[in-house]
Design a protein around this ligand. Sequence first.
Ligand code: TRP
Length: 332
Amino acid sequence: MLDNRKVVFSGVQPSGNLTIGNYLGAIKNFTAFPEEMLRFYCVVDLHAITVRQVPAELRRRTYETLALYIACGLDPEKNCLFVQSQVSGHAELGWILDCYTMFGELSRMTQFKDKSQKHADNINAGLFTYPSLMAADILLYQTDIVPVGIDQKQHLELARNIAERFNGVYGDTFVVPEPYIPETGMKIASLQDPAAKMSKSDPNENAVVRILDDPDTILRKFKRAVTDSGSEVRYDPTEKPGVSNLMTIYSCFTGKTFEEIEREFDGRGYGDFKTAVGEACADALRPVQDEFKRLTADKAYLEEVMKNGAAAATHYARKTLSKVRRKIGFVN
Ligand code: TRP
């Protein structure tokens, strides 16, 4: 523990334009933690360079991801919002933890296997050790709870193993973090292939709804969403994966239960339903988009937030690092 508070940490990469999957599965849930907790939300630019980035775009998206945090309701006065590369402790602890992470463990990571297939021309060492840097992000702040999407569960288990291994060798050093994977919205599927996750890098734009898509685009994408045979709006992920995915999205945006949704669309068919999902999504995103536009026009403000966030994060990171250095045997 850093002080007497429980610690929450999560991160989002500034790569690609974020989707409603990132919003419902991650960022929206970040706002749910009470003020008594110490909350760190990081823009993980060090992770983003494991695949090739265009410098100007990386910079722009770093500002945008921070703006999106704030637009989604994270108050920078009450949460520590910061950029990973501005706190050198992440890279430092990342290297140290590399030395307590096994080659075999990293080889088993499904995200590494997926990404090495997708970026076969650039299977760099950073892509491979990505999960130990992620463990460093988390362990640096003595984190208790990590809200993430289900796709990050394996990385979180590795972070726990690394923490336990280090503690086993040197005595209690790190808090062993718990994942927090919310039930609804944890896995929003592609609108074109309900078996696949909605991915920000999907080449088919109709498969993904972006947080910053305008209302017409949102409506059009939902109208084109693949549904299943039959015409009944019923929650059944095995028989009706397409409709069930749309119901999940509708439920997240409106707060309605699946039973309520089934009743609402009883006898009305898919067309009406898809329009309603699109409208609910566009309505819910409108205030976020307005706030985002206001914030991205004010770079000076975002830079102020970054500066304060990095200073606060550095303060806490130093505490953990000095403990780690002492335990390992580094000379101060
Ligand atoms: N790997 C995460 C993702 O792609 C991002 C991430 C990096 C993260 N460091 C983290 C998430 C620490 C939670 C905690 O979504």
